[in-house]
Design a protein around this ligand. Sequence first.
Ligand SMILES: NC(=O)c1ccc[n+]([C@@H]2O[C@H](COP(=O)([O-])OP(=O)(O)OC[C@H]3O[C@@H](n4cnc5c(N)ncnc54)[C@H](O)[C@@H]3O)[C@@H](O)[C@H]2O)c1
Ligand SMILES: [Zn+2]
Ligand SMILES: [Zn+2]
Length: 345
Amino acid sequence: MTATMKAAVLVRPGQFEVQQVPRPEPGRGEVLVRISRVGICGTDMHIFNGHYAADSLPMIPGHEFTGTIAELGQDVQGLTPGSPVVVDMNIGCGTCYWCRRNEVLNCPDMQQMGITMDGAFAEYIAVPARLVIPAPDTVPTEVLALTEPLACVVRCARKANITFGQSVVVLGAGPIGNLHVQLLRTIGAAPIIVADLSEDRVNMALEAGADVGVTDPAELEDVVMRHTDGRGADVVIESVGLPALYRQATRLIRKGGHIAAFGLTGADEMLPVDILQTILQENSIKGSVAGMGQDMHDALTMLTHGRIRTERFTAATYPLDQIQDAFDSFADRPRDLKTQIALTH
Ligand SMILES: NC(=O)c1ccc[n+]([C@@H]2O[C@H](COP(=O)([O-])OP(=O)(O)OC[C@H]3O[C@@H](n4cnc5c(N)ncnc54)[C@H](O)[C@@H]3O)[C@@H](O)[C@H]2O)c1
Ligand SMILES: [Zn+2]
Ligand SMILES: [Zn+2]
């Protein structure tokens, strides 16, 4: 008889059903992970609302997860059953041009756990062993489950070449904006200026290490100039996902400055960019999406060594049976920077 497990299946937009489903078997080169914690992220909300990955339904979402190794598939070496792990969710084909260049996120056949295939709102998941990263057993599971969102932010800082002494504006102080601010503080970027329409969110970003907070968009340009000797910031990170903010971002960077395109917009949105100014000032803009490989390792290392304050991210926790409630109430809990699902086996 096939073993079963409990899983939260998103049967249609807006509706989870907690079901008994077949427990996955680890194939050759795979491991079975016994899941302990899973974060809910903005992408999960988009999937829940039917705005993203609608073709994948019915599906088990969930990609920000940690657990322990339950079973090794054939030919897996170097991993130990029982040990805690986090998992890189991005599965490249392994043989295409981009995979060979370690640019898996551009692989035309990339699969993402919890987005294009079943994910982690379940008791178990089978994953390729090469994507499993052993974690220290001293770090609480609720902290390990933050590795993936932190990895996205790490990748953004890497792609934007942000380093110590650089002035950075973060547009958007949501959960991810808060992580941008914390990482920038750790890197030594200065000053860090954060903008959000919500005073609560700005205050949380100031607590997280921002030097200056702005809630009125009309004041932002003046504030940025005042704190950068009238030049503008070295880098602006757009972490909202509003095309209109790029117009403002081009006025907030210094000559030769950089815009990090990070917040996800709708499809087919175009950038309002002054081309001549971009050429003459040698400005740049670059996207970054998700976190993989080294980003995951670096995020895990920082969490392990307490570089990121996680309390506000780990307070709101629901059991798998109440996942519907966790998603339904998400928008009404803006002070919870993250909601997590805790699995009890
Ligand atoms: N590129 C990536 O790797 C990656 C990874 C994770 C998330 N994201 C995206 O990053 C963005 C931020 O994620 P999040 O979870 O913090 O989202 P969120 O929606 O929770 O937060 C966005 C914040 O922006 C604020 N905001 C709205 N309009 C604004 C404006 N005009 N000016 C300033 N602030 C404004 C909101 O008040 C909110 O606090 C989202 O678009 C998300 O999809 C991208
Ligand atoms: Zn996520
Ligand atoms: Zn590939």
